[in-house]
Design a protein. Sequence first.
Length: 179
Amino acid sequence: MKLQLQAELFRRYPCFFRTPGKRLVQLNSGVDDAHLVQAAEPFDEWGVECGDGWFNLIDRLCRECEREIERLDSLGVPRERWPRVAQIKEKFGSLRFYARGCLPEELRELIQEISEKSRLTCELCGAFKKSRAAEAWHSTTCDDCTRKPAEQPLAFDKQFHAQLQVLLASRTDRGPRVV
C-alpha cells in the first residue's frame, strides 16, 4: 500500500497503530502465569502488505478496532490488553487482518466478513470483481488492472522499504485520548 495511505491510517487510528510496547501474555490457561512481553509484530517491519484498492476495507476494520480501544479505555482496561495491529496483508487473493489484544466476537466476525468481501474487490483499484487464479498464486484484480503494468511499489523494493521504516518510526505510543 502506498505510504500516503498508510500514513492516513496511522493518523486516523493512532491507538490501534501505536508503536510496539509490552502486552500481557499467558503461557497456560491459568491467570497466575500472565506476564508482560515486548510485542513487535510483522506489521512493525513491513507495514500494510497489500494494494491500495483494499484501503476502504482496512479503514473500516481499523475504525472498529479504534472504537473497541475507546470502549476498553472507558472501562479502565490496561493498554496492554487493547487491540493492536499485528499484520495486514494479502494471501491467496484475500485480505488477512491480524490484531492482538482483546477482540470481541463481533469484531472477529467482521474481520472474517471483510476478508470474504476482499475476494470480490480489486486489490489495486477497489472495483468489484472475482478472484483470479494466476499460475501458482491467486490475486484479486479487475480486468482493467490485470492488463495494466504494476504501478504500486513492491514491499521488497529497497527505497520503498527505507521510506516505510521512516513512516513506521514516526508513529507514537498513543495512550488514551483526552477529551
